[in-house]
Design a protein around this ligand. Structure first.
Ligand code: GTP
Ligand code: MG
Ligand code: ZN
Length: 303
């Protein structure tokens, strides 16, 4: 007689092809993946079973995903970074110098996958660069994103973060060194994520976090710490997705002369006009054009 011992488990840590899983009873186990075809990520539910006489479990399949945070791998194929997300927290900071294009692209990814994008600006204890960032943070608020400013060092506003994330799975993403792990260590008492100084020579983060880890929030919901990036773009299936990625542009595109307007050189383009007369941010429009050109380059290269 065989006993049904398969379980649906949540992936809470990925270390190459080794995973940490959370069981129904909240116990944790480590597991490996059966075969080479599946690649579970944090936030996934998987079916796993114990292996006889071994401490590890075996993951046999991934349950259908609600959504996926993606990027193209070096060959242009889709790589999934995390799954089943309610919210993508895009972190920038007073230092390293913010790359707002990266922020825009993560927000675009959130729009396309149907998760809420939230902008968190950390290190407000560093006053002068924080002041310089205000006009850009206001642009994000103006188009309807929730924007929060905090400091993992002074503690400012950290108490407001749990309410933003509650009841869903969030991932914190952003450049290396902005303080993702530092903020998580404050949010979750048992978290002991390693944090790393910025490099003296470049002022950039040193890519301290190398594995994604999911932490349960005390009042429900969960948050994933992820490795910092040098650059980011989502996998984009079609031109309309670039449009959808920038909510203020998407909204205006209804008023363009052509229904399939790409807002580049088409006549009577409401988006181009709005960026020229300052109704929408010129910087965001530039960001849109860059993502469009990245998409077109990738499409030409790999299709
Ligand atoms: N001044 C200041 N420094 C901070 C703050 N938060 C984090 N730091 C510092 O910034 C550096 C990077 O912090 P991490 O938490 O490792 O950054 P990260 O985003 O997790 O970086 P990666 O794991 O490399 O992606 C560390 O030296 C932290 O002490 C803050 O609010 N203010
Ligand atoms: Mg980190
Ligand atoms: Zn247009």
């Amino acid at each position: 007689m065989t006993v049904e011992i398969q379980q649906k488990c949540l992936v809470i840590g990925t270390f190459s092809r080794r995973m940490n899983l959370e069981l129904d009873n909240h116990g944790e186990i480590s597991a490996r993946i059966k075969g080479k075809k599946i690649r579970p990520v944090c936030g996934d539910y998987v079916i796993a079973e114990p292996i006889l006489n071994e401490p590890e479990w075996l993951i046999t399949s991934i349950c259908p995903r609600d959504n996926e945070l993606t990027r193209p791998d070096s060959r242009g194929r889709k790589e999934v970074l995390a799954a089943n997300l309610g919210c993508v927290v895009v972190m920038a900071a007073a230092e390293p110098k913010p790359d707002w294009f990266i922020v825009d692209r993560y927000l675009a990814a959130a729009e396309i996958m149907g998760a809420e994008g939230i902008v968190v600006f950390n290190k407000t204890d560093l006053q002068s660069p924080t002041r310089n960032a205000q006009p850009i943070l206001e642009e994000y608020s103006r188009v309807g994103y929730r924007v929060m400013q905090c400091s993992a060092h002074s503690g400012q506003n950290l108490d407001k973060l749990p309410a933003l994330l509650q009841g869903r799975t969030a991932i914190i993403v952003g450049q290396s060194g902005v303080g993702k792990s530092s903020v998580i260590n404050h949010l979750i008492s048992e978290a002991d994520q390693r944090t790393g100084e910025l490099s003296d020579s470049s002022g950039e983060g040193k890519h301290t976090t190398v594995n994604s880890v999911l932490w349960n929030l005390p009042d429900g919901g969960a948050v994933i710490d992820s490795p910092g990036v040098r650059d980011y773009a989502p996998v984009i299936e079609n031109v309309q997705d670039v449009n959808r990625g920038f909510r203020e542009i998407f909204e205006l595109s209804q008023q363009c002369r052509f229904a399939n307007c790409k807002h580049l050189r088409e006549p009577n383009c409401a988006v181009k006009e709005a960026s020229e007369n300052g109704t929408i941010s010129e910087r965001r429009y530039e960001s849109y054009k860059r993502l469009m050109s990245t998409f077109q380059k990738l499409a030409n290269q790999f299709n």
